[in-house]
Design a protein around this ligand. Structure first.
Ligand code: HEC
Length: 116
């Protein structure tokens, strides 16, 4: 029941968002679309813009799961990426208190899309 309400909320948010359906990829699943939103809000400013000007530039996450290993050499698995999200890494903060497990799963589903 709760799940159903959450799903509907996500769906209506996606429908209400301006610009959805013009150049955003139509082939994202609703779960991936939620992940895209989380990525745009929580990850892109470092991983796309490096707006904090880290000397160690945050790695590009496009096609993350197309390679066998993560930038640090660990296996490119959902579990490993989730571990980075929960624990943080170097200059990257932990998201353990900012995201639910469900949100992390949606984000990882979006990372699997290759960031369309
Ligand atoms: C404050 C800036 C910042 C934010 C926000 C951020 N990251 Fe990072 N991220 C980094 C930096 C810097 C590294 C490199 C860490 C290192 O290797 O020391 C990194 C590394 C990573 C890695 C590679 C880890 C590895 O094992 O090689 C992944 C995957 C990743 N981030 C995913 C994400 C996701 C998904 C989000 C959004 C929830 C996110 N990051 C948000 C700065 C950030």
């Amino acid at each position: 029941m709760l799940l159903k309400i959450g799903w509907m909320a996500i769906f209506s948010a996606a429908v209400a968002a301006p610009g959805v359906g013009c150049h955003s990829a139509p082939s994202l699943t609703p779960r991936q679309a939620q992940g895209k939103h989380l990525y745009d809000m929580g990850c892109a400013h470092c991983h796309e813009e490096n707006d904090l000007h880290f000397k160690k530039v945050p790695p590009n996450l496009h096609g993350l799961f197309k390679r066998n290993t993560l930038p640090d050499g660990a296996p490119a698995t959902d579990a490993e990426v989730e571990r980075v999200l929960v624990a943080g890494k170097g200059m990257m903060p932990s998201f353990a208190y900012q995201m639910t497990k469900q949100q992390m799963d949606a984000l990882i589903a979006y990372l699997h899309s290759g960031l369309r």
